[in-house]
Design a protein around this ligand. Structure first.
Ligand code: GLA
Length: 395
């Protein structure tokens, strides 16, 4: 069986050439931002907790040229259609409807709109997007697009915004224009990633530090298993989990679930209904697991974190209930065939799992996963290795 890996779309010259073919002149520049996997710390970001994602070597690149008027012309190598067009002066995020073919254009348009709201005088612009971050796989293709566009437009507008300000701007575009009530993790990972490092982020105060992963030294590969089960965070389960967490915090008399620790769980079980209690228990334990993962990485290296990844997956499956049969199968099969730890990654309800696998065993794990899916009549998952890579930058 062959993997159905999504391949990249060529180098910078190709994209600049495609831009020129579309718009009749060269772009002002090319900016690139990565997708991410989250090593551990799921749904903790909007609870003001701890996360440990890393930027991956799958990226979104935008070729952009400023215009002298206020029009935005947006196109991509994956749609191949005529550009979607908006006017910066009349763009109304509440009535924004680019239609299904242009749904992706809400991200760049949203970033431009949020920049304007932040007082930056954004020029009109032409934009061509290319990406090898798979869409809908839980690898933050949306944050990659937001961060690439935010970096490009801030520079073209001459605005002095640092990486965390650009990350915040991307999140606001996603929340306010796209309408997905997500937290801050994905954009921080995409802006702040560094080679061979995870980003240890405290979502309460935005402080972060980069933690070396040392996967090569440990002889480990981070394998992504994209189940191809679609997820969308603009509606449904993600928002419901956020609401449960908010209710749990309110009933427990704290500002955010971050304020609770394992000593509060007995009281929480008394006060909360069973479902809310399980949601709260996941967040409390998950914050603790993130801190322990960082300790473990720094004291004993990546080979020692497998059990924490496994525990995180069980907690998402049983307490937070955001896994699905395909993610559980991917995790179970990866573990049974050689991975030292595995968990679903991202918002859940579909998307991808990650598995830490000794390098020599990756082929065996991939085979086992494909076979398990095929035996159950499920769609063949996409499996590929990712490496911790640099955050957003100009090419
Ligand atoms: C999505 C959101 C993030 C985060 C994760 C779950 O990726 O965009 O903000 O909440 O889900 O950890």
């Amino acid at each position: 069986m062959t993997p159905t890996r999504t391949h990249g779309t060529g180098g910078t010259e190709t994209l600049a050439g495609a831009f020129a073919a579309h718009f009749g002149h060269a772009p002002d520049g090319l900016w690139q931002a990565p997708g991410r996997v989250n090593l551990i710390g799921e749904h903790t970001d909007y609870n003001e907790g701890l996360v440990l994602p890393f930027a991956i070597d799958r990226t979104t690149t935008v070729a952009v040229a400023a215009r002298s008027d206020r029009r935005m012309l947006l196109t991509s190598t994956f749609t191949g259609a005529a550009p979607v067009e908006f006017d910066l002066d009349t763009l109304d995020p509440d009535a924004f409807d680019p239609g299904p073919a242009g749904a992706w254009s809400a991200y760049p348009a949203g970033v431009a709109w949020e920049l304007g709201r932040a007082g930056v005088s954004v020029p009109g612009f032409e934009l061509l997007v290319s990406s090898d971050v798979p869409v809908g796989a839980g690898l933050s293709s949306s944050a990659a697009l937001e961060c690439a566009v935010a970096s490009a437009l801030a520079e073209l507008a001459g605005a002095e915004l640092n990486a965390t300000e650009l990350a915040d701007l991307g999140r606001r575009a996603e929340n306010n224009v796209v309408g997905a009530p997500t937290g801050i993790m994905d954009q921080y990972a995409s802006m702040l990633g560094a080679e061979d490092c995870a980003v240890y982020l405290d979502c309460r105060d935005g402080s972060f530090r980069r933690v070396p992963l040392g996967l090569d030294e440990s002889g480990l590969v981070c394998l992504v298993i994209d189940t191809k089960v679609a997820h969308a965070h603009a509606h449904g389960g993600y928002a419901a989990r956020r609401a449960s967490c908010a209710r749990g915090a309110e009933l427990m008399g704290v500002n955010a679930l971050r304020d609770l620790d394992t000593n509060d769980l007995a009281r929480a079980e008394h006060i909360l209904d069973g479902e809310t209690f399980r949601r709260v228990r996941h967040i409390v334990h998950e914050n603790d697991r993130v801190a322990r993962t960082v300790d473990m990485l720094e004291s004993r290296g990546a080979a020692a974190i497998g059990a924490l990844l496994d525990a995180s997956h069980r907690s998402m499956r049983d307490d937070f209930e955001i896994s699905c049969a395909e993610l559980d199968l991917a995790v179970h099969t990866a573990r049974a065939s050689g991975a030292i730890g595995a968990r679903m990654t991202g918002g859940g309800f579909g998307g991808s799992a990650i598995a830490l696998v000794p390098e020599a065993d990756t082929g065996r794990v991939e085979d086992a996963v494909w076979r398990a899916f095929s035996d159950r009549g499920l769609r063949t998952p996409d499996t590929f290795a990712v490496r911790p890579a640099a955050g957003a930058h100009r090419l």
